[in-house]
Design a protein around this ligand. Sequence first.
Ligand SMILES: C[S@@+](CC[C@H](N)C(=O)[O-])C[C@H]1O[C@@H](n2cnc3c(N)ncnc32)[C@H](O)[C@@H]1O
Length: 698
Amino acid sequence: MSDNLPRNYNEYDHVPSTSSVNTPHSRSPEIFNHGSIYSLDSTNDKTQEITRHKSVTPSNTAKPSALNKKKTSKSDLNSSGIKVIRCSEQSLDNVDAAISNAENVLKSIEKSPIDRNTTMFKNLCLSENEEVCEDIVLTGCKKKRKKSRDENPSIRKYTQKVSSRIVNNGSSSSKMETDMDNININSPVDIEEESNDSLDSTSTTTVVPNLVMSTPKTKNRVKKNSNSLLSSNSYRDFRLTQSKDTASITFPSILENCDPAYQYIVSDRRVQDFIRNAKMMEPDDEVNAYDPTEIEEIINDEIILGTHYYLVKWKKWSRGFNTWERYGALYNSQKLILKYIDNKKTDEHVNRSKYVNGIELMMSRKMISMIFEIFRTETGLCLVGILPEVITGVLNSHEDGPIRKQTLQLHSLQNFLTSISLGYFRQQQLSKLQLWEIEINAMTKSSQIKVVNNMDLEGPPDFFGYIKDYLPQKNIIIPDDPPIGCSCRRNCLSPEECCYEMSGCLKAYDNNKKIVVPPGNPVFECNKKCICTEACPNRVVQLGSKVNICIYKTSKYGWGIKSAQDIQKGQFVGKYIGEIITVKESEQRLKKGTSSLDNMWNLDFDDSQNYKYIIDGTHFANFTYFINHSCDANLNVYAVWINCLDRNLPELALFASRDISAGEQLTTDYFSRCNQDTLKKNGTRCQCDMKNCQGYYF
Ligand SMILES: C[S@@+](CC[C@H](N)C(=O)[O-])C[C@H]1O[C@@H](n2cnc3c(N)ncnc32)[C@H](O)[C@@H]1O
């Protein structure tokens, strides 16, 4: 989103608006005219829980895992603190096999760079890594003191250390101990396989109400092939058993969740040297220099063997994927280099220490892309499995033999190790995505959300706080006490004067809870003062979405969402939420550039001139944050009132505008929510590729 930061803040009238969905025939609900509603002395006591994702912290990634530390005796350590395993004859055979396989891979890359045959990588796998993978186990329920709502911070920061995240409150119980003991997180290889599972739409909708997640204190080795928390199945089981209790789950740190072989490789100084030298093999390619618009910042430089390298932070790639690039590859990015040099003069120390996390990829982005292509398969990305002792053998082997052979070996090794390193990063990425998925699902009541990135190595989006309800600015109160409700018979199936009628509006839903009124009609659901139950057809948005969705990386415009099941026309899909801020505050945020226009909606359903509030989803939102624009969108937006009857504070609900098949991307029409007059002047190029694509959106 960083490239789409606000344009001139005077374009403020582009902020998505709900007024545009208000048809000329619809009118403000009568209930709005009861002045008393607006002077209700209700307080907004909704303390909601928020998880905030941040990218992995330098200290997390730089530290060797506890796992390795435990297994390594002092005498085994070499200068880099890594256990060195002497090669047996068999290992040396493996070494030869490794090198010849690496060479085959190299040849295949050269011959057919687009060939994504997985067997190349299967060949590269010298042995199954099951034996060396430490499975990580959930430690089972520890009786935790119940936390009151007041104790819970309203905004919690998510770090990869996963420090004590309270997902919900409740009483503790010993029942959990037995249930939880069977839940574990499998090896990364298992995770990779499971990451491509599709969501089962028939899965349970039971919520995890009381869950405390914490950093690992103990780690047990568990049986191979045991259930993985990270698989959809065990996750569902887990959710089913924990309905009333407080559970303690020990999460592995990201590093610990990686195959030790990978950790071993990327932290070995000699391996780093190999990879570093691999850069020297690339041509100094000024013709194909990178497009500077892809680069966010240059953050470090180093001279290696007489060649000047720059550490590049790429737009839309997290810092873990900073790469070292030769000057030639940055030929068109002179301005960025100058800017870096300028910054360096003024703030060298901060600049240098800011991003360095010890395991930056010591290779160019081109090399990453090339090797990354080999990892990619039809169904996702595959990984290399390898034993640490094999790597040791490979590393040691190049020291003997004739020079020509050594050179060849070195060449193969460089590529081989680069591939392995990428596998390591893939593991890290998958772990991060899975942890984020768990966090999101713990906050999502009735549906399941899957997170998938098979496009590149990026982890969860940075700086994104996941919330489940509006987050009002400090001085804004969202009333939660409607003055009136209906008393229709048969759960409103025989309406006398149902809520929508009292409000002078149309009946929005049919008896199957599908929306039937066109966009622009206000929706009045039954509220807490009504006598009807949840089965009432006029209670839909308030019960939460039942649609399983997948947040995934698209090939064209970053993250998006797609349906993980078939959706029927009129079905409720989700609420657009974010911070509720005043118009003035939104102007300031846009001016300062701290919020993005792309993520703002005016709450101007009732009055497009004098509305008070804006939803700002830039920093806090739910999955709807990722909805992309399409000129042929399949979701419509409606303003819905439930327990808050303030005309300025409707909920924004998304409903399917047609039948949608599983796997289809879910989109809205950004046009429908902004001032059409100035569109062309300020439009952003649209890449929806629909037949009716207008070529741009606001
Ligand atoms: C509300 S965000 C949607 C999530 C976003 N794709 C992401 O990765 O965070 C809107 C941004 O997505 C991208 N986007 C959405 N729809 C698009 C479209 N039809 N064509 C091009 N870019 C689009 C633009 O970068 C836009 O600023």
